[in-house]
Design a protein. Structure first.
Length: 63
């Protein structure tokens, strides 16, 4: 499973607060960085689904 942050993300930081193992708020570049490139580990897939559900503006996509 891959995680993608859409361009319309408002960088509120909620994803990092709730799921720091997956996301990092990069203040210098004003964006959310993903901690994993490509597929995330299988044991984090449920967490990624929760992050998608919890995103305030639905900017997290999974594929």
């Amino acid at each position: 499973m891959k995680v993608d942050i859409q361009d319309y993300c408002i960088r509120c930081g909620l994803c990092e607060d709730l799921y720091p193992v997956l996301f990092h708020l990069n203040i210098e570049d004003d964006k959310i960085d993903l901690k994993y490139e490509g597929d995330i580990p299988a044991e984090l897939e449920d967490m990624a689904r929760e992050a998608r559900r919890d995103c305030a503006i639905a900017a997290i996509f999974l594929s």
